[in-house]
Design a protein around this ligand. Structure first.
Ligand code: ATP
Ligand code: MG
Ligand code: FE
Length: 356
């Protein structure tokens, strides 16, 4: 079976064709992504109206490219999968309406996919992972720890109560005068910095709940920078290194507790359990090292899919559609609406209720 995936929920326009063998193996036949980074960088963040227009301009030709690279026409795909939430509503409308139009014109089924479900199931495409496993999603818009129990079966164990982790990197970079997106800039500056110079807060560390909080960290960075103004390049490097150090220590505590809870819940398993990371912040080397070391400490495998599949892409959306087909879950009615908010743990109910 082959599915055309469409992704337009944020600032990447993407189309992909993915195939699934009857034994569950997935294969990406094509995967094209157009990042709108340049359109938004002057504003220091994603501008929804600009994003929506850019999706309209790019999507048709990206779908053609995805088909051409897979050496196929629409007649060769079995279904369409389009992201229908959560995300920026303008972009979601563009992608979902395009998916509906193709479905209507070709008579093929349409699957309206939760973007977070795409991230959650990616490790099954890349690593053939079996359920259950734990997913840490860390991007510009999300910071969530999710128990992935099955297709459409998710438990959100933790989420951020304020800023997302990527957002904290972006805001820290902005107030230090570093370029957007902030993550890579902060990571690069931190290389020559002293992580012990500042002791930044480690929000929620020690608490039993598995939530995250990063806005206090950003405030502490601002106060540190203001206290030493004018800041030198070395000050910036030290602040970035200390910021990353606080992030690592926070994640060590939060994720460590999550792994412990997983072990308590499932007990000894036939195979080593897995922790999977997704989202753009997965590019951060220090975070990866931290996650690897906590995983080792708790007897987990740490899985980091290739970065192109950690950030927003359409292969994960096509794959989520294939997973639903394999479970004999129903396709969506063409009256299905995009949803800017759509928590993943409501997926089971909404799958049955979509479009009705
Ligand atoms: P979503 O809707 O999935 O939240 P997004 O566009 O906000 O989408 P991604 O594209 O997955 O998120 O990731 C972008 C984020 O990742 C930005 O906040 C960026 O600063 C952060 N990031 C990228 N590289 C690094 C890095 N090396 N270290 C830390 N953060 C990084
Ligand atoms: Mg993005
Ligand atoms: Fe995403």
């Amino acid at each position: 079976l082959r599915v055309l995936g469409i992704e337009t929920s944020c600032d990447e326009t993407a189309a992909a064709i993915v195939e699934r063998e009857p034994d569950g193996t997935g294969r990406i036949l094509s995967d094209v992504v157009l990042s709108q980074l340049e359109e938004h960088s002057a504003y220091g963040g994603v501008v929804p109206e600009i994003a929506a227009r850019a999706h309209v301009e790019a999507l048709d030709s990206l779908i053609e490219q995805a088909l051409a690279r897979a050496d196929m026409s629409l007649a060769d795909v079995d279904a369409i999968a389009a992201t229908s939430g959560p995300g920026l509503i303008g972009g979601l409308i563009v992608g979902l309406m395009t998916g509906k139009a193709i479905a209507m014109a070709t008579g093929k089924p349409l699957y309206a996919i939760n973007h977070l479900e795409g991230h959650a199931l990616t490790a099954r495409l890349t690593d053939g992972l079996a359920f259950p496993y734990l997913l840490l999603l860390v991007s510009g818009g999300h910071t969530q720890l999710i128990l992935v129990k099955g297709v459409g079966e998710y438990e959100r164990w933790g989420t951020t109560i304020d800023d997302a982790l990527g957002e904290a990197f972006d805001k820290t970079a902005k107030l230090l005068g570093l370029p957007y997106p902030g993550g890579p800039a902060v990571e690069a500056a931190a290389v020559s910095g002293n992580p012990k110079r500042f002791t930044f807060p480690r929000p929620l560390v020690g608490e039993a709940r598995l939530d995250f909080s990063f806005s206090g960290l950003k405030t502490a960075v601002r106060q540190a920078a203001e206290a030493i103004a004018p800041v030198t390049d070395q000050d910036i490097a030290d602040i970035c290194a200390s910021f990353q150090d606080a992030v690592s220590r926070t994640m060590r505590d939060r994720i460590g507790r999550g792994l412990q809870r997983f072990n308590e819940r499932f007990g000894p398993m036939a195979e080593k359990p897995s922790l999977v990371v997704a989202g753009g912040v997965a590019a951060n080397k220090e975070l990866r090292q931290t996650l690897q070391s906590i995983s080792d400490g708790h007897g987990f495998r740490f899985i980091a899919p290739p970065l192109s599949l950690c950030t927003d892409n359409a292969a994960m959306i096509a794959w989520a559609g294939l997973e639903r087909i394999a479970q004999n879950l129903p396709a969506d009615d063409l009256t299905v609406s995009p949803r800017s908010r759509w928590p993943l743990d409501q997926n089971a109910q909404t799958l049955l209720g979509t479009g009705k």
